[in-house]
Design a protein around this ligand. Structure first.
Ligand SMILES: [Fe+2]
Length: 362
């Protein structure tokens, strides 16, 4: 555990995803157990297959190679139309305090000739990769996790006893994205943030987070409690209970991913599956991690799931693209992408019909 933190050490339940989710009795048993684990611990582990281990190892090596580049080279990996690319240590703000994380964000990699980019859709644009090798390796990793993400959603549909497709109908051409992360050693920071803090407490925005970490350790989660409820889409949950007791340390386990629900899952299930608050502490060695986000289509208007609709607010649903854009505007107020979005008045495009897929629920 990172020095200076006191927390219970988590013992996470580990699952093996089926090759294909067929709706079998064993799938249902896994699905029910997963729901139980999230409601109890806020997080669970899934075992990597042999091929996933290889894909993960390649992505890890590429991450290390990227972050080892000279600062000027990394800093050049920025795009004015998307939020993809490099975020230096101290550039991201959580609850008003700079985070020490060094990040490469990957959002859907779309050329300027793509219709959506040409029309100025917020957050749409190219990913400024370091080179073609990085692009190939990271895309492979994300494609692999997209398959796991869909299986997880299918299992959640079974575990929640909701009709097939209630969740996966939102994820066709999903706005899946990823943060490739490096955390400096605790006594080798640039002094812009708070001692020992890697990322302040927060919840993630979408449906599911599939994370991976090296052997150093630094992740803490806050299991769900009836007495604590946050709706990040209404009021920022950043910084929440960061210094209070009740955090659980997630020890690194080789060959596993950790999975937890995000804000949209909490809204859709009316808090049955809550978005898990988490934070990162700095350790005595530098640390590398990945957070992959399995998300709805940017145009989706998310609505409560069948059987989980208790008139939760907002009644009109949540437009995922607007939610995503709001979260990035909040976290990166000084980024060129934010400045351009505002200067060019493109935020209002989010209201347009073309950017809203307003189907009624199943
Ligand atoms: Fe997060």
């Amino acid at each position: 555990m990172p020095p200076g933190f006191t927390a219970k050490v988590g013992r996470l339940e580990t699952f093996t995803l089926p090759e294909r989710v067929s709706g079998s009795v064993s799938d249902k048993a896994i699905a029910d157990a997963m729901i139980g684990a999230w409601r109890r611990d806020g997080i669970l582990q899934i075992g990597m297959t042999k091929s996933q281990q290889r894909v993960y190892q390649a992505a890890s090596a590429t991450s290390r190679r990227f972050f080892a580049q000279p600062h000027a080279r990394k800093e050049a990996c920025v795009d004015g139309s998307s939020y993809s690319g490099y975020i230096a240590s101290g550039e991201e703000i959580t609850d008003g305090v700079a985070d020490y994380s060094e990040i490469f964000t990957v959002t859907k990699d779309l050329p300027h000739t793509d219709k959506r980019v040409a029309q100025g859709w917020p957050c749409h644009g190219p990913c400024p990769w370091l080179d073609q090798e990085m692009k190939a390796v990271m895309n492979k990793y994300m494609e692999d996790l997209a398959v796991s993400g869909e299986k997880l959603l299918q299992l959640i549909e079974m575990g929640l006893d909701i009709p097939t497709g209630s969740l996966t109908k939102y994820t066709a051409d999903g706005w899946h994205h990823m943060r490739v992360l490096r955390f400096p050693q605790n006594n080798r920071t640039n002094g812009k943030g708070k001692k020992g803090r890697g990322i302040g407490s927060h919840t993630d925005y979408g449906l599911l987070v599939i994370a991976a970490q090296d052997s150093v350790g630094g992740l803490f989660v806050r299991p769900p409690r009836d007495t604590e409820r946050f709706s990040n889409w209404e009021k920022s949950s950043a910084g929440l209970r960061e210094n209070e007791a009740g955090w659980v340390y997630v020890p690194p386990v080789t060959g596993t991913f950790t999975v937890f629900p995000g804000d949209m899952m909490q809204y859709m299930t009316n808090n049955f599956l809550q978005s898990t608050p988490h934070k990162v502490g700095l350790n005595v060695r530098e640390r590398f991690a990945f957070a992959y986000f399995h998300e709805p289509n940017f145009r989706s208007v998310i609505r409560p799931l069948p059987g989980y609709n208790a008139g939760q607010s907002p009644l009109e649903g949540i437009h995922y693209g607007t939610h995503f854009t709001n979260m990035f505007l909040r976290n990166y107020p000084d980024r060129i992408t934010t400045a351009r979005l505002q200067e060019e008045g493109r935020y209002r495009l989010l209201e347009s019909k073309e950017l809203r897929d307003d189907d009624e629920p199943l």
